[in-house]
Design a protein around this ligand. Sequence first.
Ligand code: ADP
Ligand code: MG
Length: 835
Amino acid sequence: GSGKSTLLNLPSVKAPSDPAVFVPVDRLPEIEVARLKLPILSEEQVIMEAIKENMVVVLCGETGSGKTTQVPQFLYEAGYARSDKIICITEPRRVAAVSMSERVAREMNLSNRIVSYQIRYEGNVTSDTKIKFLTDGVLLKEIQKDFLLTKYSVVIIDEAHERSVYTDILIGLLSRIVPLRNKKGQPLKLIIMSATLRVEDFTENTLLFPTPPPVIKIDARQFPVTIHFNKRTPIEDYVGETFRKISKIHRMLPPGGILVFLTGQAEVHSLCRRLRRAFPFKPNKKPEEMDESEEPILERKKLKRTKQMKVMTMPKINLDNYSALPVDEGDEDRDAGIDDEEDLPDSDLDLDIGDDDTGEEGMKPDPTLPLYVLPLYSLLAPEKQAKVFRPPPPDTRLCVVATNVAETSLTIPRIKYVVDCGKVKKRYYDRVTGVSSFKVTWTSQASANQRAGRAGRTEPGHCYRLYSSAVFGDFEKFTQAEITRRPVDDLVLQMKDLNIEKVINFPFPTRPSSEVLIAAEELLIGLGALEEPAKSGRHQELERAKLSCPITHLGRVMAAFPVAPRYAKMLALGRQHDCLPYVITIVSAMTVREIFDEFDRPVISEEEKEKLTGKKARVLQMRCIWAGQGNSLQLGDIMVMLGAVGACEFAGCTSKFCSDNGLRYKAMVEIRRLRGQLTNAVNSVCSDAKLFVDPKMKPPTDLQVTYLRQIILAGLGDHVARRISTEELLDVKWKNGYKTPLLDEPVFIHPNSVLFKELPEFVVYQEIIETSKMYMKGVSVLQPEWIPVLLPQYCHFGKPLETPGPSYCKETGKVKCHRESTFYRIGWQLPAVEV
Ligand code: ADP
Ligand code: MG
C-alpha cells in the first residue's frame, strides 16, 4: 500500500444491523433529545460497521461532537460488553476519566457500578462494570499484569491528538496485542479517537500498523467563529489584559458565556478573584439553592464548618513525636496558601486601554449584570468542576476561567466568547541532564484554533486573541508529542519488564531520539535494573549494546512499583533495618512533588527571610524543627518531608493543619493515598513484608537516619554534587555553587532548603529546577566515603595503596587492602576504600 488511509465519510443511516445483539439502554427523554443533536449520532452506523470490519479504527471529530460520551454507548448497545468482556476508554487526564464516567452513567441511566472509572489513586470499578474509564497510565500498568488485556473486548484510546507519552506507548503496545488476540480467536478492537485530523503518525506508520486503519471523520456542526487579534505586540501582563478584555466583553456584548484560557491554577484563581470583585454575584436568598463556592466569603465559612466535622471523626493522636508550634490567632482567617491578591494593581476598573476589536457590535452597555465566575483546572474537585456544565443562575453571565483542560477534554456548553492568552505552561527537560523547568510559552496554532473553536458550539461566536496575527504566524503548527520532550527511563523500564528488550525497535508513533533512549538505559544500568553490557568491543558496538540490555531481577522488582525508577530503587533497598515505612513516605513525598506552599514567590532572600513575621516566619521555623539537628539535619530536605508528613498525619491530615504549617493540603492527601498504594505494592512484591500504613510512625532512630541517607544516595547516585572550592572559583557568581558530573554550569542549593546555609561539601539532590539560577531541590548531605562503596559503578579504582599496608582478615581468609577511587569522568578524589 501507499500508506494512505481510507477516508470514510458516509452520512447514510441504516437500521441496527443485528437486532439480536442489541442491548437496550433506558435513557431519560431529555437525554435522548440532547443526544440526537450530537453530530456523531448520525454516524453511528458508519462507525459501528467500520469497527465490525476492522481491528483498528481511527475516529476524528471536533471537540464536542460526542466521541467520548457516545462511542462507549454505541459499543455497549451493539453488545460489546455482553459477555465477560468489557469496554474500556483511556483518558490522559484524571479529571476527564472521572467526569466522563459520571456523565456516561447518567446518560445511560446506569449506576457507577456499571459505568465506572479507575485513576491512579481511586476508582469505583466493580465486578458488574461494563464500561470503564481509566487514565492511560493505569491501563499501561494493567498490561504489565495481563499483556493480552483479556478483560476487554474494546480499548478506546481517547484524546490521542494530545500525544501524551502513555497514550503513545499504549498505541504501540496495542498494535501488537490486537493481532495476538485475533490469533487466539478472542478479537480485541482498538479505537483511536482524536480531536484533530492530524493522525498520520498513527495511520501512515507502517511499523505501527502494516495495514493502515480506516479513518472516520465526524463532521461537527461548527458555527463560524470570528477571530479578533490584538493589534499590539504581546504584553507581559496577559492576566491583566485578560481581565480587561473580559470586562469589556461583559459590558458591551450581547449575552453568551465567556471561556478564558490561562496557563495554570494560580493564574486561574487570581483572575477569578479579581472578576468576582469587579462584578459581584449575589446568590439567591434561598439557602438550599445557594452554591457556596460562588461567593468566596461564604465558601470559606462553609468549608470551615465541614473541616471541623472532619476533625472530630478523626482519631485523636498524641502529638509528642512531631512537635507543632502553636498557631498565631491572627492567622485563623487566612485562605490556605494561594494568597496572591497583593500583586494585583488597583486600576481594575480602568477600561480605556485601547487595542481592542470588541466594539464593533456596538451593543448597549449593561454594567449591572453580575458575572457568574467559575474556575476550571485539572486538580479542581470534581463537584466544583461539574458546575461548568450546569446552566448559570438567571440574570448572570457565565464566565469560565480555565487551563488547557477546556481545550479538548471537556466541552463547556453555552460559550459564545473565547479569550485566549495564547500561552501554555509546560514542563521542559534537558534531554540528557534531566534538568527540568516550567516554562510559559506560546502554544501551537493547532491548539489556538481548538481554543477558538470552543466559541462556536451553539451559535456563531467570537474569539479574542491577546496576540497579533504576526505572532500567531510564528507559533509552531502543532504541539509536539510529549515523548520527544522528556526523559524516558520509566518507560524503558516498563518496556523491559514487558520483555521488550530492544526498545529502539518498539513501534513508537513518534520515536524518541537514540540519545534519549541511551541516557535512559545508562541510568537504569547505573541503578542495577538492567544488565551492564560487556565492556569489550568498540564504542559503536557498546552504544548499540546499551540499547538492548536485558532486565535484572532487581529491575523486575523496581518495575512493580508505580514510581520513577530512582525511587523504585530506594523502595527495593528499604527493607533493611525496618526503613521501609520511612522510604515509602519519602518516595511518596518526592513523587507528589511541591509539598510546600512556597508563599507568593518561590525564592526568598536571606534578608527577606529575617524580616518575615507571623505565619510565614512560623512556617520556616517549622521546617527547621522537622529537619532536627545532627544526623537528622544531614538528611536535610528529605527529613523535612518526612517530618512534615509525619506531623500532618498526627494531626489527622486536616487542611487547617496544612494551611497553618505551609503545606499543600492536596499534596498531603495524595501522599497519604500513595503511601497506601506503595505499601500494598511492597506487600505484593514480598509477601512476608506485611507492612501497613502507620499514621503514628515514630521518627527514625539515629541509625535509621544514616541508612536512609544511604538509601537516598543509592537511588539518586547520578545526582551527586560537590561544592566548588575557593581555588576552583572562576567567577564570583559561582560562590556557594556546586559542581555536578553532567553540567558545566554551577548549581546552587535552593534558598528554601534547610541546608541553604550549611553548604555541605557533598550533597545529593532530588532534582534541579532552573529559574533565575539552577537550583537543587530536595537536598541531603552525603559522606564521600559512601560513594565508592554504594556507587562503585560510577567510580574508577586505582591501584591498591601501600599505606596502610595490606592486612589479613581471619573471618574471610582474604587479604584486605585499600584502594583509591575517583568519581565519574570528572575524577573527584574520594577517600580510600578497603577491598
Ligand atoms: P467529544 O468527546 O467529541 O469532545 P463529548 O462526548 O465529550 O464530545 O461531549 C458531547 C456533548 O456532551 C457536549 O456537547 C458536551 O457539552 C456534553 N457534555 C459532556 N459532559 C457533560 C456533562 N457532564 N454535563 C452536561 N453535558 C455534558
Ligand atoms: Mg472527548
